[in-house]
Design a protein around this ligand. Sequence first.
Ligand code: SF4
Length: 200
Amino acid sequence: MTSDPHPATGAGATLAEVASASLGCALCKLAETRTQVVFGIGRSDADLMFVGEGPGEQEDLKGEPFVGRAGQLLTQLIEGIGLTRDDVYIANVVKCRPPGNRDPHPEEIEACAPWLDRQLELVRPRVIVTLGNFATKLLLSTKDGITKLRGREFGFSRAGHEAMLIPMYHPSAVLRSGGKALAEARADFVHVKRVLARLA
Ligand code: SF4
């Protein structure tokens, strides 16, 4: 028995075409409660790509990732290394808001992963920053937690595309923890800047 191909597979050859195809996706239960699909935003050929967990309330309403408080912190950290949101690409592991901001379920992550794969394939960033446990575990295929992995460099290779992957705390976790976590996030961004310069 063969299953139907995922809609991301034949969704088009450009990021805009894939984004457009994702808007009607109803492959998991998150489609029932979302306001809209939050595909991703930014430069289609960015050297630096961020992958978070999933849209929150503000993101679900606006249709753009990282626009709430955590997004404001992410923007500040990006600007702290001399870049803007327009210079990077920002996406999430799941494109629809989990109700009440609960964690995404494994079957939702699995259903949504091919959309992220297409984003990685088309943007082809030199550096991927995974924000928090969900993105890190998915893209590194690891069970290790973010506290152990943050700030380290990992080779990422898929379908002929090679990049450096650097896990970081999710900005929401940085907001909750404050002080030391914020200092570590700033240090991780300086590290990202160095890696970008090294790979340029
Ligand atoms: S979370 Fe992903 S797989 Fe689930 S409905 Fe939204 S776009 Fe489709």
